[in-house]
Write a new protein. Sequence first.
Length: 269
Amino acid sequence: MNTILCVKWGDKYDHTYVEKLKEQCEKNCTVPFNFYCITDKPTNPYDIKIPAEWDKYYLENRGFFWAYRKYYAFALDCGDNLDIEIETSTDLTSSGSMQLESGVEDFSRIMGDKFLMLDLDVIIHQDLKYFFDLPMDKPWIVRGWWNNIDTVKQNFAKHKSTPLNSSVIRWDRGQLENVYKDIKKNAEVIFFTYPSADNYFNHRWYNCWEEEKGFFKAFPKGDIYSWYKGNVYPDDMEIKKLRLDHKICLFNNSRETNDVEELKSLWNI
C-alpha cells in the first residue's frame, strides 16, 4: 500500500498547511494512498504523535534541529518500538468523535510499504503515482540540481553546501533501517556535528564525487525544482518561476520574510 507522510512541528505552519498538503495529494495522486502527519499537536485521525526523545540534544543557538524529527518515521523500517518516552494525551479530534492514541503505539497505526515523505511547504504539479512507480533498488531523495557541485565538494568538510534536500524522500519499508539505527545509536554526535539533516545525509549516505554510487538515488532533473533557488545549474536558475512540467516545487531555505504568503498564493494554481 502507498503511504504519504508529512511532519508538522512548532508554530511556523498551522494545521491549515497539513490540510492543504492532503488536499493537493488527493487532487494529484491517481493511486490509493494512506496519509499521516507526524506532529507534536495531534488533533485529527491521521495525526501521529511525534516522539520527543531526541529533543534532549537540541541546542537552540545552532538551529535546524527540527528537521531531524522527520526521521523518527524511518523506525517503521525496522519494526523498532522506538524505545522512547512519549507524552500521553487524551485529545479529541476536531469533531470530538475520537480519542487519539498518543504513545509509542501510535506509530503502529502507520500502514503501508511504499512511503513518500513530503514537506509541508511544497506545491504539487503532477501525479504522485510517478513516485510510487519508481524502481526501488535504492531509496530516492532530492538532488538539488540548482547547486554547483564544485562548490559542494569545496565545502564538504565545512558541513554546508549539501547537494541533497530531504523535502521529498521515497523509500520502501526496510530500506532506511540502517539510517534510523545510525541516527538512534549516534544521535548526540550527529546532532552536534551536522547543522542540518541534509548535511548528515550528504556526509554519511551520499557520494558527491561519484553520485551514482551513493546510498540514495537522486530524483532526475526535471522532477523537482526550487522556488527560491532555481532548477538546474547553470542553465536554468531563474527563481520564483513556475515550472508546471515538473512534478513538485520546493520552498526550501528561502530566508525571506514573506515566504509563507508566497506559498499560500500558489496553493490554488
